[in-house]
Ligand binder design. Structure first.
Ligand SMILES: [Zn+2]
Length: 547
């Protein structure tokens, strides 16, 4: 036990830390009312003499009569996390309702056209603005779009991240040991009206470097493998086409050669089978870099030529799906290099229920449709086309693996009569889809890590064995005051859409738009009133088998 002598925890000091870009905010940030006990929580890097966990205790007086206290632990990755202890109520076995954030990016579907808008509106009891874009619903702890827990008095200023910091046991030991006191994954719903940027997400090493270099652009130091599970037909560009397809594209799309120069064509002459793949990768890399770094007037001229040729040919023959896509992309992003670059990528069309996973350093662009998406907790995107946002063409070109060939499409593996699991090759997450007919019920077995449940549509009940000891079976109320009895029927009802609309509804009733956090080691029972469609995001179950 040691005192941080050089780090007096005054409110001013906390504010100073925030201004340095501390990734979390004080739970009760302002005002620091005299006499009010406040909870501090932020993360910072400490230099430790060894990598073993240490523990630190803070207590003292700030300015005026503010008082504060709490404990911190240093996890093995030398990140100090402070948290309060006195309100560290036990929450195993309880489900926690979440209110989630929405992102209004301009590629999102508008108004009632957007599933995200409908989910957000019922999740937060909000009105839908018909002129607004509703692109992404975020469920998780990322600072750019945090989820909040619903307490006894409705939504308090308590983010899921803060609540987890106070109750790290809800993550389970394996997760805390591996990733620290934070949710390792983020869950989203996407409503895509038009193409997102051509992008890739950095691996951990590059993310750390980019975050250090440009913290305003790359806001965290984590990698971001991701997976989409299609809710409607969902279109994407993902990964580079095979070498054979590339050769055909260079022949059939002469405008590409006009950008990269004819000297590049026919450059690859493989010597033997062993060298073939390497040469093909080098060839792809060299022409892709040449293409992406071309001057804008060269690009603009080539795109104009391509579009007028395709428009003319459209009258005499049926265009290929790639050619049709080029016309669509040009319409959305005039004169953009992405229109030409799209010929280099696999054009993937997912049917509802099919999933696509994307590893770090792989190029992709979502084009249209609605999906749920899961990823490691990060928002790092390196963009290079089809976007008005900041482009980092050099970084993108240097980070890609230039792997060629079709991506794997996951169909989901049945885990019971109603549930399918999508298991990508990443430790942080997996997704389950559960479709229940009216009258059906199912149990999600306890798992050693946390889960987020999203009710997509329908109405039913979700509860845990610990919450069924009382007749009313309330969901937990993660309030700041010590819980009197989390399973007691006398707990106040939650002010959530499902419980506030009618007093006859019990607190474990769920319906479309509800989002629930389930702590580690919690069995979750689901029964239905009407057909119920839900998704669970959790830590990849294979991660627990490895430990
Ligand atoms: Zn992405």
């Amino acid at each position: 036990m040691e005192q941080l002598v050089d780090d007096p925890l005054t409110p001013a000091n906390l504010a100073r830390k925030e201004s340095f870009g501390s990734p979390t905010r004080p739970l009760i940030s302002s005002p620091y009312r005299a006499g009010r006990r406040f909870i501090f929580h932020y993360t910072r890097t400490l230099e430790c003499n060894d990598s073993k966990a240490q523990s630190l205790t803070y207590s003292g007086n700030g300015t005026g009569t503010d008082t504060y206290s709490g404990t911190g632990i240093v996890s093995s990755n030398n990140i100090l996390t402070t948290m309060v202890t006195e309100n560290n109520g036990k929450h195993e076995g309880d489900l926690v309702r979440l209110k989630c954030s929405v992102q209004n990016y301009d590629w999102g579907r508008t108004g009632h056209e957007s599933l995200v808008a409908k989910m957000f509106s019922s999740n937060c009891d909000g009105q839908i603005d018909e002129t607004e874009h509703y692109a992404e619903l975020w469920m998780g702890t990322h600072a750019s779009g945090p989820s909040y827990v619903v307490g006894e008095k409705g939504i308090e200023d308590l983010s899921l991240k803060s609540w987890i910091l106070k109750n790290p046991q809800v993550l389970g030991d394996v997760v805390v040991d591996k990733w620290g006191v934070d949710l390792p994954f983020m869950f989203k719903v996407l409503s895509v009206a038009r193409a997102l940027s051509i992008q890739a997400h950095p691996d951990k090493e590059l993310a750390g470097f980019l975050h250090m270099l440009k913290p305003n652009v790359y806001k965290d130091a984590n990698h971001k493998p991701e997976m989409v599970v299609a809710l409607t037909e969902f279109e994407a560009l993902c990964g580079f086409i095979s070498f054979k397809e590339l050769e055909a594209v260079l022949e059939s799309v002469p405008e590409i050669k006009e950008v990269i120069g004819t000297a590049y064509a026919g450059q690859v002459l493989p010597v033997n089978e062993h060298e073939k793949e390497e040469k093909q990768t080098q060839f792809l890399q060299s022409i892709f870099i040449k293409l992406m770094s071309a001057e804008s007037k060269v690009v603009s001229a080539a795109v104009t030529k391509l579009i007028s040729r395709l428009t003319m040919e459209n009258e005499t023959r049926k265009l290929t799906s790639k050619e049709e896509l080029a016309l669509k992309l040009e319409n959305e992003h005039p004169h953009d290099i992405g229109v030409i670059a799209s010929f280099f990528f696999n054009h993937v069309r997912l049917n509802p229920g099919e999933a696509l996973h994307i590893s770090p350093n792989e190029p992709h662009a979502y084009l249209g449709g609605e999906c749920v998406e899961c990823m490691a907790t990060s928002d790092n995107v390196v963009r290079a086309g089809l976007t008005p946002k900041n482009r980092d063409v050099k970084i993108l070109c240097s980070m890609l693996t230039y792997k060629q060939g079709s991506p794997e499409i996951l169909k989901g593996v049945p885990v019971n009569e109603y549930t399918k699991r999508y298991n990508p090759p990443f430790d942080e997450f997996e997704v389950e889809q559960c479709v229940l007919d009216q009258g059906a019920s199912v149990i999600f077995p306890a798992v050693p890590g946390p889960s987020i449940f999203l009710v997509l549509s329908g109405q039913g009940f979700m509860y845990t064995p610990s919450s069924t000891t009382a007749a009313a079976a309330p969901l937990s109320s993660p309030s700041l005051s010590p819980p009197s009895s989390s399973s007691s029927a006398s707990s106040s009802p939650l002010s959530s859409p499902s419980s506030s609309s009618s007093s006859s509804l019990s607190d474990d009733m769920v319906r479309g738009g509800d989002v629930l956090f389930a702590p580690a080691n919690t069995e979750v029972h689901v029964s239905t009133e009407s057909a119920l469609h839900l998704y669970r995001a959790g830590v990849n179950h294979l991660t627990f088998l490895k430990t």
